[in-house]
Design a protein around this ligand. Structure first.
Ligand code: SF4
Length: 393
């Protein structure tokens, strides 16, 4: 048996394909299910990954190009900003040609909401409180969305919290964010409209996590997780991973968006990896490499980089171990679908837990790549675009 403490499966099953679904940390919280175009959000639907384009939405070609890159990276739903009439005019072409559902992000102007629904957008992010303050056409929006089968997102954000709630709570506390979200929701509920998800974003993961916990106790709408203004890639990745991990490990969260001051493709990579790490999305190629230490008998960093580069594009559920010495090397390499344990200028190559050959150090990379390709062929998978993820264990 492979490790069985969490219900893992038997090692001798088909390569990379556990007999049972991999274990998760918590049962998913029950939420209503809504449609964002072809993607279901909430209920028992897989947790989806979202991002937002950074191009001018009015630049249709640039926006579609970026959406194509996001789609290839694993993005399920994309949001585009609609601050002007030119952007609204671009929505029909973008919604029609995008491979994944498009959400229009609109803050105040109801006319753009109607334009987005008319354009065929899958959903609209809009806060009814802003609309109510602007010209009170919330009922018309609910009616138009219902007729078109378009869902909405209420996006409460610490930075734009209602002044009334700021005065009441002193600042954007978890309670203030939740009160704001439930009030916004009530504006749609008054019109018998319930096809929306909610986000309560804050840049502090502690406040954000508590807000989502409270919100999940208070309603059953699907929740869109996000740490807003999380920062540059390194800090934002950590903040988002910690906050999403805390919530997803309790079954809270139906769709996620990692916000980084970095190209949106990076957001999607992080989001996908967070879900894969928690077994909430099937794992693809995973490279397990040791951090190296004084016992290492090969240059582990170089070896891991070369194997990673050589397997770029392979998307099979394959775990490849690259270990620096014979202390933990053989054990880890056996746990993987394919692996190498290095030492004395040689590498023992493992497949399916068995040593299949020992090769010279200079042949390790080539041998691992050959074996990975052979296994991928056996699995009937094809190499697709996308980079493998490296985890240093
Ligand atoms: S596998 Fe060997 S070289 Fe790598 S960290 Fe462990 S003991 Fe050090």
């Amino acid at each position: 048996m492979r490790r069985s403490g969490l219900g893992w499966s038997i090692v001798s099953v088909a390569l990379g394909m556990p007999a049972l679904p991999p274990p998760v940390l918590a049962e998913r919280r029950k939420t209503r299910q809504i449609k964002v175009g072809k993607v279901l959000v909430g209920g028992d639907a897989p947790i989806s990954v979202q991002s937002m384009t950074t191009t001018l939405t009015s630049d249709i070609n640039a926006t579609l190009q970026q959406i194509a890159e996001l789609t290839a990276t694993g993005c399920d739903i994309v949001r585009v900003a609609v601050p002007s009439q030119d952007d609204a005019d671009a929505l029909p072409a973008i919604a029609h040609k995008s491979q994944i559902p498009v959400i229009a992000d609109i803050h105040f102007q109801p006319k753009y909401v109607f334009a987005a629904i008319e354009a065929g957008c899958a959903a609209v992010r809009v806060n009814p409180g802003n609309i109510k303050a602007f010209d009170d056409r919330v009922g018309e929006i609910a009616q138009a969305a219902k007729e078109a089968g378009v869902s909405l997102r209420i996006g409460v954000n610490a930075g734009s919290l209602d002044k009334r709630l700021l005065a009441k709570h002193g600042k954007a506390t978890p309670e203030a964010l939740v009160e704001s979200a439930l009030w916004e929701a009530s504006l749609f509920e008054e019109h018998d409209f319930h096809d929306f998800k909610i986000s309560v974003k804050h840049n502090d993961p502690v406040v954000m996590v508590r807000a989502y916990e409270l919100l999940s106790e208070a309603c059953d709408y699907p929740l869109h997780l996000g740490v807003t203004e999380a920062g540059p890639a390194f800090q934002g990745t950590i903040k988002s991973s910690v906050a999403f991990g805390a919530l997803l490990s309790k079954g809270i969260g139906d769709t996620i968006r990692v916000s980084l001051s970095a190209p949106p493709v990076e957001e999607v990579k992080v989001g996908v990896k967070i879900l894969e790490s928690l077994n909430l999305r099937p794992r693809k190629l995973e490279i397990v490499s040791c951090p190296s230490c004084g016992r290492a008998q090969v240059d582990v960093y170089k070896l891991a980089d070369e194997v990673t580069a050589g397997l770029e594009g392979l998307t099979v559920p394959l775990r490849v171990a690259v270990m620096g010495c014979v202390v933990n090397g053989p054990g880890e390499a056996r746990e993987a679908d394919l692996g190498v344990a290095s030492g004395n200028g040689k590498g023992q190559i493992f497949v399916r837990g068995e040593v299949i050959k020992t090769v010279r150090e200079s042949d390790i990379v080539e041998t691992l790549i050959e074996e990975a390709m052979r296994i991928a062929d056996e699995m009937g998978e094809t190499a697709e675009a996308g980079s493998p993820q490296v985890s240093v264990g």
